[in-house]
Design a protein around this ligand. Structure first.
Ligand code: SAM
Length: 284
């Protein structure tokens, strides 16, 4: 079987399994398998695959057909230019969250204290904390999570990306993980925000492979925003900012939650698909 024939056959199989963008997914998996950039496949369409390559391709296409996310199969994803290892213990970093990280590092860069500080609440793979540490070479980041397995993965990712010495990792339930009364310049979070009953309606890649604890935001999806609005102020410097990602259609409710707790909502930022996605607020 040639590369082109393998692509055609696998694409057909994934399409039957209702996988989105089946041709792209096939090409990405085959490129990963053959250790070449995807575009190079196009120069190799006539190359005959070895039997061992066909077996491996069959195996990974089968996994993708069972709706295992591509990132789990290849073992990593890219976030703000950093390679981030992924596993079933942490949410796969999403492209929308890169915008949150970018807003975060742009704000941190304006801080004139010798050591700007940020707290990443619910760090998962560590993607946001790592991006902040990498872009702000003098900043000190604290990353907390309730999942010990996620935190272990985040530490490994920080080491791989050479920023581990500037990130402190803390295990615990929200702010209870903090051992001292630290006050941060920036508080950043992409908390679980799916309404519990909605989780079952999500794509299999999400509901069966992202950890439930990374998705479940309680009955209406807003539990973490209520919690952050009531608990976060003592941990934020008086001129610091909180930046939070949220889901589709949640902007108005979250704005009200924060304003009711006497925060000043500075902005609700849209993502690249023009969906309201990030709340930026400060002390009232
Ligand atoms: C939506 S994921 C975000 C992960 C990562 N920051 C990202 O943007 O890809 C939410 C994270 O919050 C963590 N989490 C859930 N409840 C928590 C709690 N009570 N305290 C601390 N972390 C929590 C989950 O384990 C998960 O890693």
């Amino acid at each position: 079987m040639t590369v082109l024939e393998a692509i055609q056959k696998s694409t057909e199989f994934l399409a039957k399994k209702s996988v989105e963008s089946p041709r792209l997914q096939t090409e990405l998996l085959l490129a990963h398998l053959l250790k070449m950039p995807r575009m190079k496949l196009y120069l190799n369409f006539d190359r005959v695959l070895l039997p061992v390559e066909i077996d491996s391709l069959r195996e990974i296409i089968k996994r993708r057909g069972q709706r295992e996310p591509l990132q789990h199969i290849v073992g990593s994803t890219s976030f703000c230019g950093h390679e981030i290892a992924v596993s079933r213990h942490a949410l796969i970093p999403r492209p929308e969250t890169e915008l949150l990280a970018e807003l975060g590092w742009k704000f941190l860069a304006t801080r004139h204290s010798p050591l700007a500080t940020a707290l990443d609440f619910g760090t998962g793979t560590g993607c946001i904390a790592i991006a902040l540490a990498a872009k702000c070479p003098t900043a000190k980041i604290t990353a907390l999570d309730i999942s010990a397995e996620a935190l272990a993965l985040a530490k490994q990712n920080a080491l791989q990306n050479q920023v581990a010495e500037r990130i402190e990792f803390l295990l615990g339930d929200g702010f209870a993980a903090l051992t001292d009364k630290a006050q941060f310049d920036l508080l950043v979070s992409n908390p679980p925000y799916i309404a519990s009953a909605e989780i079952e309606t999500l794509d299999p890649e999400v509901k069966d492979f992202d950890p439930r604890g990374a998705l479940d935001g309680g009955a209406d999806g807003l539990d973490f925003y209520r919690r952050l609005a009531t608990e976060a102020k003592p941990f934020l410097k008086s001129d610091g900012k909180i930046m939070l990602e949220f889901g589709d259609g949640q902007a108005d409710d979250i704005k009200i939650i924060f304003e009711n707790e006497k925060w000043i909502v500075e902005a609700v930022q849209e993502d690249y698909s023009h969906r309201a996605r990030i709340l930026i607020a400060r002390h009232g």
